[in-house]
Design a protein around this ligand. Structure first.
Ligand SMILES: *Cc1c(COP(=O)(O)O)cnc(C)c1O
Length: 240
């Protein structure tokens, strides 16, 4: 693991990512989050930035760790499982942000500290447990395309009730991805409204997981508590 101090002048070899670039991008995003929080009159300490490291190697996670990152996001089960096992000695919080196959649900639960993508009743029963609790979000689909993941907003109240009634699931709040081509701030405002609508059912489920590399500032303005940021910090994902 490189402990080199950030050196803005260092030139990486073509096709590689120098740690200094990573440090610079991380710093830029942290400053961007602080700016957006300031504009919203919010405390940046109330916002958790999750660095989404999907497709990137373990070495990149070790570099992020050396830079102080503790919250990581992954969206593919096998990849996430392997990384979590390899890095088990590091003090990391693993956020699973991808779609979950029912038959893999219990395996995801075994390493994920926070699950952002509960989107159907069958997953609720698969993830429930009498032994241990896991923090979770319900993902809301803001599009008409069911393949994008997330519960249809019409079915949100029923899903909230079943998560609340299931032992082992601690509902933190709602997660969403802004639809392609939509105005992100309007999409995030909609999620905030859904969150207010379920408050009577789930008074503690106030968290909002929304905002990615391109739209995190808009998300902060609409109350995001958990940002899921990939490329703006990691650089482009390697093509596998
Ligand atoms: C990949 C991913 C992100 C991060 O996307 P970037 O545009 O790289 O910031 C956030 N949320 C989910 C669900 C993702 O799959």
């Amino acid at each position: 693991m490189s402990m080199a101090l950030p050196d803005a002048a260092a030139e990486p070899a073509p096709g590689t990512t120098a740690p200094s670039d990573l440090a610079t991008r991380l710093q830029t995003v942290r400053a961007g989050v602080a700016d957006a929080a300031g504009e919203a009159g919010r405390d940046p300490a109330d916002i958790t930035t999750i660095v989404v490291t999907k497709f990137h190697p373990i070495s990149l996670i070790e570099e992020l760790y050396a830079l102080g990152v503790r919250n990581l996001g992954e969206n593919r089960h096998q990849e996430a499982q392997g990384k979590a096992a390899s890095l088990a000695d590091l003090d990391l919080v693993w956020h699973f942000v991808g779609q979950i196959q029912g038959k893999k649900a219990r395996q995801v639960r075994a390493y994920a500290n926070v699950i952002h993508s509960i989107d159907r009743e069958s997953l609720v029963s698969a993830l429930g447990s009498e032994e241990a609790s896991v923090d979770c979000f319900i993902q809301v689909n803001l599009t008409d395309d069911a393949a994008r993941g997330g519960v249809d907003p019409a079915n949100l109240p029923a899903l909230v009730d079943s998560v609340q009634a299931t032992p082992g699931l601690v509902l933190l709040g709602l997660m969403a991805v802004a639809p392609l081509g939509a105005e992100p701030r309007r999409a995030f405002a909609q999620v905030r409204e859904f969150s207010e609508q379920i408050r009577g059912q789930a008074p503690d489920a106030t968290a909002l997981s929304m905002g990615m590399s391109q739209d995190y500032a808009a998300a902060v303005l609409e109350g995001a508590t958990h940002l899921r940021i990939g490329t703006a910090i990691t650089g482009n994902r390697p093509v596998l």
